[in-house]
Design a protein. Structure first.
Length: 130
């Protein structure tokens, strides 16, 4: 099955995944348009968003307190895998019904938030000076 949210995520995700795959290790300490984030920081944030919003799709609480470094071996492949899981999570029609217990807002709004993060931060990473 699919939802409007999963369709939009499926359209946006390949572009962001391509940008992430194109980031070289020597770019990780560069600044981004997000003044408080280096490329490494923004990639770790985007990983957290992609993983936590999988749980939010299933109406489970998100864990934002932990700040692990996701950029170990194979991080580009893992990002693509987690992004696919995100799309799958929001493909369930129940994911867009009701109110998010973890966020206190309509599930459709929560789905829009992850789409926004994936798209905007994909752009943020795409414009990093190479």
């Amino acid at each position: 099955m699919a939802t409007h949210t999963s369709d939009l995520l499926a359209a946006a995700a390949p572009r962001t995944v391509a940008v992430v795959r194109g980031i070289a290790d020597d770019q990780l300490d560069l600044p981004t348009p997000c003044a408080e984030f280096t490329v490494r920081d923004l990639l770790n944030h985007l990983f957290e968003v992609v993983v936590n919003f999988q749980g939010l799709a299933a109406k489970r609480p998100a864990t934002w307190a932990d700040k692990p470094d996701h950029l170990g071996d194979g991080w580009r492949d893992r990002f693509e895998t987690e992004t696919r899981r995100l799309i799958d999570a929001w493909s369930d029609p129940a994911s867009v019904e009701g109110v998010s217990p973890g966020m206190g807002m309509p599930q459709e709004t929560v789905g829009g938030m992850v789409l926004l993060d994936l798209t905007v931060h994909g752009w943020d990473l795409a414009v990093v000076k190479r």
